[in-house]
Every structure is written in C-alpha cells, then in structure tokens.
Design a protein around this ligand. Sequence first.
Ligand code: PLP
Length: 452
Amino acid sequence: MTRTTAQWQAADAAHHLHPFTDFKSLSAKGTRVIVRGDGIYVWDSEGHRLLDAMSGLWCVNVGYGRRELIDAATKQLETLPFYNSFFQTTTPPAIELAELLAEITPPQFKHVFFGGSGSEGNDTVVRLVRRYWDLMGQPKRDVIISRHNAYHGSTMAGASLGGMSGMHQQGGLPIPGIEHIQQPFWFEQGRGHTRDEFGLTAARWLEAKIREVGPDRVAAFIGEPVQGAGGVIVPPDTYWPEVQRICDQYGILLVSDEVICGFGRTGQWFGCETFGFRPDLMTFAKGVTSGYIPLGGVMVGERLARVLIDEGGEFNHGYTYSGHPVACAVALANLRLLQREGVVERVREELAPHLAWHFEQLADHPLVGEVQTCGMMAALQLVKDKATSEVFDPTLEVGMVCRAHCFGNGLVMRAVGDRMIVAPPLVMSIAQLDEMGALIRQCLDLTLADLR
Ligand code: PLP
C-alpha cells in the first residue's frame, strides 16, 4: 500500500518511538521516510535521492541491493529459517561462519560467541571477562575501564561501558564496576603538544586509573580503535601501542570494539591491525552482514578460550538469536564478497587515500578547524575562528545547520556537535567520492552563508 509522506509521518508519530530521538519532535517536525536503496544511494518518500555517506548507520559497507546477500538470505529462509544453538545443537551457516571468522581475524582468535547486535556483544564481553577472572581465582578483578565519549551500545552494560554523558544522565548508569578515562582527542585536549606526545599522555591516563582503582581489581580495558559515534576521533599513532604495553604490564585483558572499525573500514580487516595492537576479545556487528540483517558477536582470544573451555563448565549466557542461520548465511555471503572483490585492499590502496585527499582540500575551508581521516571514515571540525580554533557557541547548533544543508542537497552526513562525519560504503567509485567531496564543500559554503 502506498501512502503519502504526510500519511506515513502521521502514523509514525502516532505509534513509533525512535532511538536517540526527542519523541515530541516526531509529531512537530515529521520524519524522513526512506523507501529504497541502490548502490550507495537511498531515496525518500518524496523521490529525493541521497548519497548515503554514513552507510546507513556505519554498516551498509557493500552498498544496497547486493544480489549475493539477498539470495543467501532467501535460500536459507527456504531451507531453515531458524534453529537455535543452545543445548548441543547448531546449524551449517553458524559453523561455517565461525570457521571463516577464525580465518580472517588475527591469529589469537579461534572461537566466536554469536549474538544479535553490538550492544549484546558488549554485554557478552562483560560476562566473559568476569567469568574468566573468576575461573583464574581472581574474582575481585571485576572493574572494566573505558573512555568518556566512547559508544559501546544501548543495553545496560553497553551504555555503561560507553562514555556518553547524555546516556549516563538517564536511568542510573553506569552500572557498578565500570570506570572511565579521558579519550585521546587531540583537537580538544592535546593542542600545544605533538600528536605523538599527546598519544602517549592519553594512554598513560589508563595507567593512572589502574593505579587509582588498584591493579588487582582491574579486569579489562575496552576501546574502539577509532571512536566512531563520538565523532571519528582518530587516536595518535602512539596511543594504542602504549595502551597495549600498559595492559601487558598489569596483566589486564584488552578488548577492541570493532563494531564500526571491523571488516575493512580502516583499510585492514580489523582496526586493531591498523593501529598495531593485539586484543584478547573483539566485539563485532554491523559490517559483518553489511547491515542487511542483524548479527553481532565476540571473538574470544585463546588466552580466555582455553580457560573457559577447559575449566569453565557451563557458561550461563546466550541469546535466542545467537548463531541465527539466516543472519550467518548473509554474513558468509557478505564476507566472501569482501574477499572475492578485494574490498579491503581497495579501501587501503585506492579509496582511503582519495577520501583523505578530498578532506585535505576541505581543510582550506574557512569553517574547518581540523580534518581527520582513517580508512573510509572522516571528520571535519567546524570552528568559529580558523586561526585560533575557537569553537562555536553550542546553542547555535552549527553542526545541525550543516547537516540540514546536506540532507537538503542530497547527502547524508552526520553531525556530532560541530563535528561533521562520514563513513561511506567501502565500494564507492572514485567518481562517487568526487561527487561526495563536492557536495560537502557546497554544504559548508551554504552553512557559512547562513552564519554571515
Ligand atoms: N559498539 C560500537 C563501537 C558502536 O558504534 C555501536 C553502534 O553504533 C555499538 C557497539 C552497538 O551496536 P548495536 O547498535 O548493534 O547494538
């Protein structure tokens, strides 16, 4: 049944509570109804085409409408739409996906625990980490250290691990046993130092927190290789190797949340490979299926797996959709497509350098105070005064003004405060990247004109 946009909006406002949304604004302003996708573009109910420079929500990495993924889902739905992996049962797609993940992830990973999302994956991380230290005879090691402005999901544990102040203000978060340190955000905290110096300083905030909590109380440190939702905060090159050194020194587990960075986004298969660290656990979701169907999970390194398997007995944790056969079949098709088409190599060698070139050009714009890129992720920091890097009064919501111009001119770009970010599909053509670069400049010009 086809409805008008106004009809869709009215029904949506009447019944649908959207994530991370002021519910009242839905009836006041209406919502954009996206009806179709093809390649790197989506279309709204008014027929406007938008270049989707956010890959949906950092996930549609192979673009919309890929026949291989659709066929894999259809075939599996016809064969066996669901069976669980509880109580000594499993399905061929879950087995094959576990095998393939063990092959493409770093060598310390041979085992996976499946869930339905990144948030569930991070809940599983908390359960696994605490179970491991119990089994190691150190049950007091139950504190997990994370970072302010991190995003690790919306479940109670995910939101607690995350460092979003707005989330912590609601519902009594964080839950006990989670501590936060400052993020490695050079533009905000590091100017006056070289990026490399600042990277070491920021990593050593972890060491200071470990000493404060007590080294025998700290179970793990969790971080996104590049903080995505926080505004594409690319850490200095010195940061992660120093974090690794500190975790090794204190025997602390290192967790890489690869929900955004995994499966090629940074130009390697996983963000930890780009930044040179060796996690004990890795959370994944989003890009594993290119968002075509929900799937997430945790890669469990041998350090934990051996203890959990050999000494753990029953692990009392799991989700109905852990190892969902249709989701696993789609993930297999997606990962084989990435392998067959050499997508990760092309990101590293061709697309990421071209994206970086565009952002270097945009750095000249009077509104831009800093640009950061990593693989197929990039950020532009909007500033009031380019010379001094003075930022805008937040009540002006300059980022939202720019975002509105993007939508109005056929581009999906996200605003995190006054930081404009993109994470486009990993299968773009060079011409499409050029189109995106030109649209961004046009929208910056329109934003500047509004401010004058
Ligand atoms: N971890 C990171 C780094 C994320 O970016 C996200 C979602 O954006 C999550 C976890 C939560 O994933 P989900 O929304 O699938 O629960």
